[in-house]
Design a protein. Structure first.
Lengths: 115, 111
C-alpha cells in the first residue's frame, strides 16, 4: 500500500485480556519497528525486525509483550495479561533502508485502552 | 535515554518565523541531526536532517554550528497547520535505525 497501515485504530480491552495489534508495512520495506507512545511523551522504541527476525527487541518492557513477523511483511504485536499501564498509542514504522533517514514511514498508530 | 534537550513548548503567531533550538552536547562524530513532526493522532513524519552548517528544504531550514553541540530548526512563516510536536533526534549512520525520541517541543501557532 501507499503507507503503513495499523489496525485496529482503537482498541479497548479489559485488564487481564490478551490483545493483538497489526501492522501492514509499505510493500518491499524489509525493516519494521514498533514504538509505544504515552500521553505527552515521545515514542518509545519496542522492537525492530529485519525481514522475519527480530534484530533488536531491547525495548520490550517485559515478557507479556511479544511480536512476530512470520513472512517478513505484516507484523503483529501481542500483549498478554494486559495491565492499565499498557494503555498507550502503539506506533509501527517501516523502512527500506534503515541507514538513511528518508526510509522511515510511521503509521497512525493503534490507541490501546485497558480498563 | 534521549540525548537531546529542547524546550517543552513554544507559542507563535501565523506568519512569523519560528526557531526551535535543540542541545546535543554529547553528539558523536557519526551522528546526524534529524527532526520529526507529529500531528495529533498521527505518527511522526520526517522533516529535515543535517550534519553540519545549513540544510534547507521546502518545509524548513536546519542550522548547525561548527561545534555541532546544538541545532536550530527554522520554520518560515508558520500557519495554524504547523501546530504540532517537533522532535530533535540524533541518528548515527550505520545503526539499526532505532530512533530515540525525547519529549519534543509542542508548537502552538495562534491566529
Amino acid at each position: 500500500g501507499a503507507g503503513v497501515s495499523q489496525t485496529p485504530s482503537n482498541k479497548v480491552t479489559e485488564k487481564g485480556k490478551y490483545v493483538e495489534l497489526r501492522c501492514d508495512p509499505i510493500s518491499g520495506h524489509t525493516a519494521l519497528y514498533w514504538y509505544r507512545q504515552s500521553l505527552g511523551q515521545g515514542p518509545e522504541f519496542l522492537i525492530y525486525f529485519q525481514g522475519t527476525g527480530a534484530a533488536d527487541d531491547s525495548g520490550l518492557p517485559n515478557d507479556r509483550f511479544f511480536a512476530v513477523r512470520p513472512e517478513g511483511s505484516v507484523s503483529t504485536l501481542k500483549i498478554q495479561r494486559t495491565e492499565r499501564g499498557d494503555s498507550a498509542v502503539y506506533l509501527c514504522a517501516s523502512s527500506l533502508n534503515p541507514g538513511t533517514e528518508y526510509g522511515y514511514t510511521f503509521g497512525s498508530g493503534t490507541r490501546l485502552t485497558v480498563v | 535515554l534521549a540525548k537531546t534537550t529542547q524546550p517543552i513548548s513554544m507559542d507563535s503567531y501565523e506568519g512569523q518565523e519560528v526557531n526551535i533550538t535543540c542541545s546535543h552536547n554529547n553528539i558523536a562524530t557519526n551522528d546526524y541531526i534529524t527532526w520529526y513532526q507529529q500531528f495529533p493522532s498521527q505518527g511522526p513524519r520526517f522533516i529535515i536532517q543535517g550534519y553540519k552548517t545549513k540544510v534547507t528544504n521546502e518545509v524548513a531550514s536546519l542550522f548547525i554550528p561548527a561545534d555541532r553541540k546544538s541545532s536550530t530548526l527554522s520554520l518560515p512563516r508558520v500557519s495554524l497547520s504547523d501546530t504540532a510536536v517537533y522532535y530533535c533526534l540524533l541518528y548515527g549512520s550505520g545503526n539499526t535505525g532505532k530512533l530515540i525520541f525525547g519529549q519534543g517541543t509542542t508548537l502552538q501557532v495562534k491566529p
